[in-house]
Design a protein around this ligand. Structure first.
Ligand code: 13P
Ligand code: SF4
Length: 352
C-alpha cells in the first residue's frame, strides 16, 4: 500500500460520514479506488443532490465540481483535489460569447432555446437557464434536444458539435435543418437569419480526446484485425466514427455494454484511456477489451492520489480544529447559481 493510499484511508476513517468522495469514470485507478461513488456525468449529478455529507470531494473536472456545488445544500462544501482541472471543450464556449450569440439570434424574431452539454461552465449554464434553456449529458442528449425543440422554433446546442450532430442523427433532424454557427468576433459576427431556416444551431466546439484522436481508419484497422469484434465509442467522437462503430454511448453505457457482452467477445472502445484500461483489467481472461486509441484527458489526470491525500488531511485538520479548511471550495456566486441551477434542474426533472 502506498503512503498516499494509507493517508487517504486514515482520513476517510476519521471523517466517516462527514466525507463522501465522487469520481468520474475517467479518473485513474489510483484515485477511483478511494471513491465512494463513481459514474458518468448524469449519474454523478443525480447522486450529488441526495448526499448529506458535509464535505463532498469531487474527482473530475471543474464543470463537474461546479455542478455539484450548485446541487448541494448551503451547509455542504465541494472540494476538488486540483481546481485547475478544466475541460478543453467547456473552455470553447466562454459565457460572454454565448450571451452575445443568443442576443444576436433574438433579432431573428424566432424563439431559440439554448441547450448546453453539462461540459460547460456554471456561468454558461446561467446564461442558458435565463433563456428558458436546459443542460444535457451524453446519456440524455436525445431526450433533452427534443425537450428544447418542443419549446421553441429552434435550438442552439453548445459547446459540442459532434454530440449535437450525433444526437440530430438519432432524432432524424435532416442535414438541411442544421447549421454550425459562426462564433468569431465574440459571437457578434453571427447572422441572426441563420435561425430562420434551421431547427438546430450548432456551436463549433469539440473534445480533442475523442474528436481528433479517434478516426474511421482506426475502426477499419480494428475490423481487419478482429473481424468478429464489436466497437463502441463515446458520442463526442465525430459522426463518421460513430456511424462506423456498432454502438455509441456515455461512459456508463460503455461499461454496461462490456458487462453484457458474451464471454469471449472482443470489444474495441473509443474513449478516454483510464476507463478502457480499467475495463481491460476487469474483464481480463473473460473478454478482450482493446482501446481504439490511447487517448488521455490531461485535465482529468490532474487529480492524483497524492493531491487527494493532501486535501483530505486538510479536511481532517479543519474537522478537528473547528476551523475552515485551507483548501478552496468550489463556489458559484449566488446570482450565477440561481439560473445555472435552473438549467441543471430542468434536465434532472425531465430525465428523472
Ligand atoms: P460522460 O457523461 O459520458 O461520463 O462523459 C463526460 C465527458 O467529459 C466525456 O468526455
Ligand atoms: Fe472535457 Fe474531453 Fe476531458 Fe471530457 S475528455 S473532460 S470533454 S477534455
Amino acid at each position: 500500500m502506498s503512503n498516499a493510499t494509507q493517508r487517504i484511508q486514515d482520513a476517510k476513517n476519521t471523517l466517516g460520514s462527514d466525507l463522501v468522495i465522487l469520481g468520474h469514470h475517467y479518473q485513474h485507478d489510483s484515485v477511483i479506488q478511494h471513491c465512494d461513488l463513481t459514474g458518468d456525468s448524469l449519474e454523478l449529478a443525480r447522486n450529488v443532490a441526495g448526499l448529506s455529507s458535509r464535505y463532498i470531494v469531487f474527482c473530475g473536472v471543474i464543470f463537474m465540481g461546479e455542478s455539484a456545488a450548485l446541487l448541494v445544500d448551503k451547509n455542504q462544501q465541494v472540494f476538488m483535489p486540483d481546481l485547475d482541472a478544466s475541460c478543453i471543450m467547456s473552455d470553447m464556449a466562454p459565457d460572454p460569447v454565448v450571451y452575445n450569440v443568443l442576443e444576436q439570434l433574438k433579432k431573428s424574431g424566432k424563439k431559440v432555446v439554448p441547450l448546453t452539454y453539462v461540459n460547460s461552465s456554471a456561468a454558461v449554464k446561467a446564461v442558458v437557464g435565463a433563456e428558458d434553456g436546459a443542460s444535457c449529458t451524453s446519456a440524455n442528449a436525445g431526450t433533452m434536444l427534443q425537450w428544447c425543440l418542443d419549446r421553441g422554433d429552434s435550438v442552439l446546442f453548445l459547446p459540442d458539435k459532434n454530440l449535437a450532430l450525433n444526437t440530430a442523427d438519432v432524432l432524424g433532424i435532416p442535414d438541411a435543418e442544421r447549421r454550425v454557427i459562426d462564433i468569431t468576433r465574440g459571437g457578434r459576427n453571427i447572422d441572426p437569419n441563420v435561425a430562420l431556416g434551421a431547427k438546430l444551431l450548432i456551436w463549433p466546439g469539440c473534445c480533442a480526446i475523442h474528436s481528433i484522436r479517434m478516426k474511421v481508419s482506426h475502426i477499419e484497422q480494428a475490423r481487419a484485425a478482429h473481424p468478429d469484434c464489436t466497437i463502441i465509442v463515446h458520442p463526442e467522437c465525430s459522426p463518421e466514427v460513430v456511424q462506423a462503430a456498432d454502438v455509441s454511448g456515455s461512459t456508463s453505457k460503455i461499461i454496461k455494454y462490456c458487462e453484457e457482452a458474451p464471454a469471449g467477445a472482443t470489444i474495441y472502445i473509443g474513449t478516454e484511456i483510464n476507463l478502457v484500461e480499467r475495463l481491460m483489467k476487469r474483464f481480463a481472461g473473460e473478454k478482450t477489451i482493446i482501446p481504439l486509441q490511447r487517448s488521455a484527458c490531461k485535465n482529468m489526470a490532474k487529480n492524483t492520489e497524492d493531491k487527494l491525500a493532501f486535501l483530505l488531511e486538510d479536511l481532517v485538520q479543519a474537522h478537528r480544529s473547528g476551523t475552515p479548511p485551507k483548501a478552496e471550495p468550489v463556489t458559484v456566486d449566488d446570482e450565477t447559481a440561481a439560473n445555472a441551477r435552473l438549467c441543471l434542474e430542468r434536465m434532472l426533472e425531465a430525465c428523472s
